[in-house]
Write a protein that binds this ligand. Structure first.
Ligand SMILES: [Zn+2]
Length: 63
């Protein structure tokens, strides 16, 4: 299966890191490796990638 990667920008420390987007599930939380804060998806978004990533998650793309 193709692995989709996106760049997540941490809203707390603005660091960018590359993370894999799962094909079949959402990622509502992601722990920032740089500052250790828990990045949460915005209320209207299903997924941290939709809120802070360079790519929306695949589930959102299909809508
Ligand atoms: Zn951070």
């Amino acid at each position: 299966m193709e692995i989709v990667k996106a760049t997540l920008t941490c809203p707390y420390c603005s660091s960018k890191e590359s993370a894999e987007i799962p094909n079949d599930s959402c990622v509502p939380f992601y722990k920032c490796k740089s500052c250790g804060e828990m990045i949460k998806a915005k209320e209207e978004d299903c997924c941290v990638f939709c809120s802070y990533g360079s790519e929306p998650c695949p589930l959102n793309k299909n809508k």
